[in-house]
Ligand binder design. Sequence first.
Ligand SMILES: [Ca+2]
Ligand SMILES: [Ca+2]
Length: 94
Amino acid sequence: MDLDNSEKISKFQFSNWFTRKIKSMSSSKIDSAMRKLFTKFDTDKSNFIDRKEFKCVFTWLQYYFDAYYQFQYMDKDKSGTVSLKEFKAKANDL
Ligand SMILES: [Ca+2]
Ligand SMILES: [Ca+2]
């Protein structure tokens, strides 16, 4: 994931990973995931996402990216999990 071995991952790496992740899912899985997401964001159940609702989509994506980014940052040894040691080491920086 951290292709250039820098401490942080770029948005480009993230979108690459995201695209690969999506591609590895079956289309029916993607379909149901998208449906779930859409329903979640379509708060007034109009079957459309309007501008106001889209703000939530954007916030969510931002949040998702930040969470992923922070995880990569904490997972020092790139094991895919954050150990208590890693957690403690980085918790103060958050
Ligand atoms: Ca709506
Ligand atoms: Ca780790």
